[in-house]
Design a protein. Structure first.
Length: 178
């Protein structure tokens, strides 16, 4: 290719964009290819995927740290070290546990089940919210669009009536209850 067959304006624009100069005989790129920014090519996507892959372990670590910290909060004072040792003792028993047996009961039978229930409920709410957003392709969707709120209200209204404890129903008094 000789320098006389290269369009000087096209070669100047290509040099600024980092592309090779095109001769006058080469066909121009289609509008769809020309409209794509340089970041939409392969090198830009690789960095984005790497960032999303490295965020997930960080978020999981943050969740575990939040769970461990939340087990320490409460009326009965516990340290994160004690909580970690109590949980590790279930997997790999220590020779002589140094903590009070009451601390073990508080962690394993009171606080941890409640916290894990809250985490599982949070996962469920997040998945159902993401499913609704994906289904309707609307990031501002709410459960009222498909009637989830009305269905929950309908199901929650008769629920106390099925309870057979005295006075458990809404405004209901059974014979013999005061």
């Amino acid at each position: 290719m000789s320098s006389s067959s290269v369009n000087p304006r096209a070669s100047e624009a290509a040099r600024r964009a980092g592309e090779p100069a095109r001769s006058a005989s080469e066909p121009a790129q289609p509008a769809s290819e020309a409209a794509q920014p340089a970041s939409a090519t392969v090198p830009g996507l690789a960095g984005r995927k790497l960032a999303s892959v490295s965020v997930l372990p960080a978020l999981i670590g943050l969740l575990v740290a939040a769970i461990l910290y939340s087990v320490t909060i409460g009326r009965y004072d516990l340290s994160m070290r004690d909580v970690a040792y109590i949980l590790i003792d279930n997997v790999h028993p220590l020779v002589t546990p140094y903590w009070d047996p009451v601390q073990e009961v508080v962690v394993e039978q009171v606080r941890l089940p409640r916290i894990m229930a809250a985490v599982i409920v949070g996962f469920g709410l997040a998945i159902s919210g993401a499913a609704l957003q994906g289904l309707f392709r609307n990031p501002l969707v709410d459960p009222g669009i498909i009637g989830v709120t009305s269905g929950a209200g309908f199901g929650g209204t008769p629920a106390p009536a099925g309870d057979d404890r005295p006075g458990a129903g809404i405004g209901m008094r059974t014979p013999g209850s005061r």
